[in-house]
Design a binder for this molecule. Structure first.
Ligand code: AOF
Ligand code: ZN
Length: 366
């Protein structure tokens, strides 16, 4: 590996430390290196509204008594150029005497979009863009998706037997996959801005949909699709620390007010069939700064999201067990007449988690 690649790798490792922390701000890491090649400062993005990676790294160097005059900064995203909740990082780097910036990617945020690199260059700082771009993009796949397409990155999680059964015909489903797979699933919940489910799952399981199996400084927002507002007022998702959002097509004003009194946000988005307009819902969630949307729902909602092309990635945990015919499946898609009508996927990652298989597969857009 070149020196650039090695330092960028360290910056990417720092960015990963912001995985559960910085939402909806992207996870960014920064490493400051002096002329002798010594790392003199490290930082990663803090909680939204908090300091960015570059500022944390500059503070780290200062706290250790290191001068940043003539240093090189390795950053996994272009230093910002805007006055948001914090000051522009490109100016902080220039003021600190940084001479060279190696960035993995340009920030797709229209408020930045190349201006950070341009300002650095204008100030005489040498700028190189590209090392670590693939990893940096993966870390912030939801942020990039939202900025570039106005949509969250939708990741649909399901646990099933090896032959795709999520429950027996009688509804029994606890537990097909292992505790290790369930804990791993909480990691993916924790990195998401929001967890989405359907009213069927709420009525059947009364899930909490929060993160319990891994330590996290913040909880994802819970979102429920509930066309007819059947949700009981004592549902666990309504008691969560982060207020719940419900999408509905109902106009039941007393129920809407009772839910609002609990702190719930109720959004009416009917389609022409009187159900929730899922495409409009996903766009609305992006407006609410949802980068990664983690779906844990039943076959009906899963099928509707997939059929409408609203899912980007499947996260499947498959237990080494066969459950045969007559079971429930991951997604109601049918009945299909042609194999070509199925949802085309491309494997992205396959791993073993405990005794189970974890498959990450991405939807192929036609
Ligand atoms: C950086 N370094 O570590 C991150 C950046 O509201 P603010 O002020 O926190 O700005 C948020 C925007 O800053 C965010 O949308 C993205 O464009 C950029 N994130 N920039 O220089 C960082 N996390
Ligand atoms: Zn910044």
């Amino acid at each position: 590996m070149t020196d650039h690649a090695i330092y960028m790798q360290e910056a990417l490792g720092l960015a990963a430390q912001a995985l559960f922390l910085s939402n909806p701000n992207p996870r960014v890491g920064c490493v400051l290196v002096d002329a002798q090649g010594r790392v003199i400062g490290r930082g990663f993005t803090q909680q939204a509204g908090g300091p960015h990676a570059e500022v944390m790294a500059l503070r780290d160097a200062a706290a250790q008594g290191h001068s940043t005059e003539g240093a090189t900064a390795y950053v996994t995203l272009e230093p910002c150029a805007h006055h948001g909740r914090t000051g522009p990082c490109c100016d902080a780097l220039i003021a600190a005497g940084v001479q060279q910036v190696v960035g993995a990617m340009t920030d797709p945020n229209p408020l930045v979009a190349g201006q950070g690199f341009a300002r650095l260059r204008a100030a005489g700082v040498a700028v190189q863009v590209g090392p670590g771009a693939t990893e940096a993009h993966e870390l912030n796949i939801g942020f990039f998706h939202r900025m570039q397409r106005g949509l969250p990155w939708v990741r649909l999680k399901a646990a099933a037997s090896l032959d795709g059964a999520t429950a027996l015909g009688n509804g029994l489903s606890q537990w097909i996959t292992s505790p290790a797979a369930r804990d791993d699933g909480h990691h993916w919940r924790a990195r998401a801005c929001a967890v989405l489910t359907g009213i069927g799952t709420v009525l059947a399981d009364d899930p909490q949909l929060n993160v319990r199996a891994v330590a996290t400084p913040r909880q994802p927002q819970v979102v429920v699709v509930d066309s007819r507002l059947r949700i009981p007022l004592d549902a666990k998702v309504l008691r969560a620390a982060s207020a719940c959002i419900i999408y509905t097509s109902s106009t039941n004003q007393p129920k809407i007010e009772a839910l609002q009194a609990l702190g719930t946000t109720v959004i009416q988005l009917p389609n022409t069939q009187g159900q929730v307009d899922l495409a409009a819902m996903v766009r609305d969630l992006a407006q609410r700064q949802i980068n990664e949307l983690h779906v844990e729902a039943g076959a009906i909602l899963n099928g509707a999201l997939l059929a409408q092309g609203l899912v980007d990635e499947l996260l499947l945990y498959l237990a080494p067990q066969l459950l045969g015919l007559g079971c429930r499946g991951i997604a109601a898609l049918g009945p299909l007449e042609q194999l070509s009508q199925g949802v085309a996927l491309q494997l992205h990652d396959v791993a073993q988690v405990g005794p189970d298989l974890r498959v990450l597969a991405r939807c192929v857009r036609g």
